[in-house]
Design a protein around this ligand. Sequence first.
Ligand SMILES: NC(=O)c1ccc[n+]([C@@H]2O[C@H](COP(=O)([O-])OP(=O)(O)OC[C@H]3O[C@@H](n4cnc5c(N)ncnc54)[C@H](OP(=O)(O)O)[C@@H]3O)[C@@H](O)[C@H]2O)c1
Length: 368
Amino acid sequence: MAGNDQAYMARALELARKGIYSTHPNPRVGCVIVRDGQIVGEGWHVRAGEPHAEVHALRQAGELARGATAYVTLEPCSHHGRTPPCADALVAAGVGRVVAAMQDPNPQVAGRGLKRLADAGIAVSSGVLEAEARALNTGFIKRMEQGLPFVRVKLAMSLDGRTAMASGESQWITGPEARSAVQRLRASASVVLTGADTVLTDAARLTVRAEELGLDPELTALAVSRPPLRVLVDGRLRVPLSAPFFQAGPALVATAGDVREVSPGHELLAMPGADGHVDLRRLLQELADRGVNEVLVEAGPRLAGAFARAGLVDEYQIFIAAKFLGSSARPLLDWPLARMAEAQELKIVEMRAVGDDWRVIAVPRPAA
Ligand SMILES: NC(=O)c1ccc[n+]([C@@H]2O[C@H](COP(=O)([O-])OP(=O)(O)OC[C@H]3O[C@@H](n4cnc5c(N)ncnc54)[C@H](OP(=O)(O)O)[C@@H]3O)[C@@H](O)[C@H]2O)c1
């Protein structure tokens, strides 16, 4: 039975992953309904405000849901959000058993969904493939538990650890496959964040481009229908409104100084920090308050270094090109450290080839 539970939950997780580009601010959730060893209903949450995974799966199962087992990657909700509680829908459908991968960290749910099911006489259990389920919604979980979004820093570097020439030129260090992978990282984020100098030097727009995603038509359509908010850290408002970044759509600008007039479609926030720059932690808190689960930082060494120094980075995705840019080129992070004891220890969680480049995914280890 336990083996089957894992197999059905694996399928529910596969369904949940389809929502990777479209569910934010909601979590990605999948559901499978099984009766007599047959899958009779499947569903996944597509977009906030639309039916949850359980509702899609119950609709497909119809009368066959009675006495069946429902596998859900996140505890069914118990509160009235934009849609009615899924726990009630499962009770009404007469399912006999509910298996969840994890409890919902949303304080409005937090065990109440499972309790409501148990109170209705349904057999409930939680924790099947929990690690996989948590990994899929790491941003949602962090926002619910800490009031901060998950911060992923993407950088492209040469084999000698350089990210731009001394002149600032950096296009392109990596090849088209790596850039396509970055497009998918952008599409899965709630926010793509950059800095004034990257926008000024690279004429960066930070948009999601359908033709570069390398996804099937269904996922491409979902990704472009729900593009991430573009956030610009521009402490002294140096980027002119005529920049391609502003021409490419609505954006949020964080400044350390006075708020001036911005053109329609853009929003300006004053977030001065003690050092005269934008207060990055406060900015992240503000983004979490707005329902932002995952932030992708695509910046150069100064801004990426500022996030790293402030201990605000959850994950680095470093694309490595097989080339040397030489000793006058710029480093990965502006982060002067004097002693080995100060080194930031990391754990490499993945390393794989992407076209002619390599991608290293690493997470900071807490200081000993
Ligand atoms: N290889 C790559 O992956 C990659 C990616 C992006 C960019 N680049 C290259 O990197 C270069 C630009 O890098 P950069 O880091 O100078 O530019 P950046 O990414 O634009 O970062 C500079 C911005 O960060 C802000 N900042 C600096 N320190 C801060 C702190 N402690 N707290 C808050 N904000 C802070 C600055 O604010 P103020 O306005 O207050 O000074 C400025 O707006 C360009 O050559 C570009 O081509 C490379």
